[in-house]
Design a protein around this ligand. Structure first.
Ligand SMILES: Nc1nc2c(ncn2[C@@H]2O[C@H](COP(=O)(O)OP(=O)(O)OP(=O)(O)O)[C@@H](O)[C@H]2O)c(=O)[nH]1
Ligand SMILES: [Mg+2]
Length: 492
């Protein structure tokens, strides 16, 4: 038999009859080029296949919940524990945020004092009242003296520094209010397309070149946390804050000021980004944020931010699995979202292929910043119900963090009664274990009644600003998510 009969395709590749040497050379060049293209396509397909295979093992986790519940703080704990290199690289950039948090607290006090001194103070109960019940006080009933007037004047420059830091850090540094946004706002734009979501927030704020300080170098070297020597770079904000340190101290430790704050029920200690107890450390020219400072810093998240964590072998002992060449559990994608009602429309596109949702809740006695008529716990119940009911999420593992347990304990100790905010609590004991048990049952019932099919869920009492305790919780969370991931992939 001839070659053509053996290979039916040979007829297409055989040289044309009567081919000249030039034609042959041109044909061979064309064939070589075609082969190169074909090889490249094969390589690309191979790489794509490998990537798909790798991503089959990727774990996707969404952090959902209302604003200030602790989503970003939970994420920071994940990164602190499992993505050390990126964390260390980013740590110094948090200085601006921490300084802004500190200055914000001082400026709140100064504004309250100013209103008292000028006789424009308002009576406002942030817990029980809405802004409708504002009562003007013609004259302050507190023993404010010239000393307070002087402090107010001397701390005046901090207002400009606050505005400057806000401008540099971008929109995440300010709060938005929109009373018309729903519990899980999935409204669309008139054109029918989902509202465009912005991927901004602290990740971007920290990378934003506008956030770089106008540096004035002093040239003096200073040791850093990691023992290296760095040139001291002192910017204007740092300079102003450190020069105001003694006045800030005097203001914060002043008895009359504390009485005014208590009377107005302003509990700065329990509010986001409270750093006044760390003044000696922070209000210095060579301040460098510690891990704990970064975890406690507050910068609102806008839109949705993706974080990739590659677990190394130290963290993986017995926890990642090579199944059919696919590495299950080594790579995690964590999505941190903005929790304000106006930002919740951006969550939906992420519901599709998510393995687990971590849902922190907090504060039974506070109201939403974006809508002061809504109690935070009430909003969390509605949101939890909406998420548990979602058909897209029916297979997703649900993890609820009853977060800010430290603040809960402090509030209960100070005599705040849960039943005043949650009538169904009734006459149960007003202590932390009873409150946590009650809330856990409430959220569990909602999950059971609203989930389209039975699902795996976990409930933890947490204080995610406590990085040591949170590391232990995250280890357990990680193991359980991974277990479910493997089960759902039919490998276990
Ligand atoms: N005391 C205490 N503070 C906490 C705890 N969890 C979070 N915080 C603080 O609460 C503030 C808000 O936490 P975030 O993690 O930024 O809240 P978030 O859910 O990401 O909020 P958005 O980005 O607005 O959706 C931060 O200043 C945290 O330091 C906690 O368990 N205890
Ligand atoms: Mg956040």
């Amino acid at each position: 038999m001839g070659g053509i009969e053996q290979d039916p395709f040979a007829i297409f590749t055989a040289p044309p009859p009567g081919e000249t040497p030039e034609e042959k050379a041109a044909r061979e060049r064309r064939e070589a080029e075609a082969q190169r293209v074909s090889d490249r396509i094969d390589e690309e397909l191979k790489a794509e296949k490998a990537l798909m295979k790798r991503h089959r093992g990727t774990v996707k986790v969404l952090l959902l919940g209302q604003s200030e519940s602790g989503k970003s703080t939970t994420l920071k704990n994940f990164r602190l524990k499992y993505a050390r290199a990126a964390w260390k690289q980013e740590r110094a950039s948090w200085r601006l945020v921490i300084q802004l948090n500190l200055i914000r607290s001082i400026n709140i006090i100064v504004e309250i004092l100013q209103a008292e001194i000028e006789g424009t103070a308002v009576e406002y109960d942030p817990i029980r009242d809405s802004t409708d019940s504002v009562v003007l006080h013609p004259r302050s009933s507190f023993a404010l003296t010239e000393k307070h007037q002087l402090l107010r004047l001397r701390l005046g420059p901090l207002r400009r520094v606050e505005a400057d830091l806000k401008r540099r850090l971008g929109a995440g540094s300010d709060e938005v209010m929109d009373e018309n946004a729903g519990v899980l706002d999935t409204r669309e734009t008139p054109g029918g397309r989902p509202k465009e979501f912005c991927v901004r927030g602290w990740k971007n704020a920290l990378e934003n070149p506008g956030a770089m300080m106008k540096a004035m170098k002093s040239g003096a070297p200073r040791p850093t946390q990691d023992g290296e020597e760095k040139e001291l770079v002192v910017d204007e904000a740092t300079e102003v804050i450190s020069s105001c340190k003694d006045d800030i101290k005097m203001l914060w430790s002043d008895e009359v000021v504390q009485t005014v704050l208590a009377h107005k029920r302003v509990r700065l200690e329990d509010s986001a980004g409270f750093f006044l107890h760390d003044l000696d450390r922070i209000a210095t020219r060579n301040y460098e944020p510690s891990d704990d400072d970064v975890v406690r810093a507050r910068l609102r998240t806008l839109g949705v931010q993706e974080y990739r964590i590659q677990f190394d072998n130290n963290h993986n002992a017995g926890n990642s699995f090579l199944v059919g060449g696919v590495d299950f559990g080594n790579e995690w994608l964590l999505y941190d979202v903005g929790g304000a009602r106006t930002l919740r429309h951006a969550w939906l596109p992420f519901f599709d292929t998510v393995n687990a949702i971590i849902f922190p809740i907090s504060c039974f006695d506070e109201r939403l910043l974006e809508d002061p008529t809504v109690n935070r716990l009430e909003d969390s119940f509605l949101l939890w119900r909406a998420i548990c009911s979602s058909k897209l999420l029916r297979k997703t593992t649900m993890i609820l963090f009853l977060n800010k347990c430290d603040i809960l304990k402090r509030k209960l100790r100070s005599g705040v009664m849960v039943r005043d905010f949650l009538p169904s609590y009734g006459d149960r004991l007003n202590d932390a274990p009873t409150v946590l048990k009650y809330l856990k049952e409430k959220f569990k019932d909602i999950l059971k009644n609203c989930s389209p099919e039975p699902r795996v869920s976990y409930f933890y009492g947490t204080s995610v600003t406590d990085t040591k305790a949170t590391a232990t919780t995250l280890k357990t969370v990680r193991d359980s998510i991974l277990r479910e991931h493997l089960k759902n992939a039919d490998f276990v």
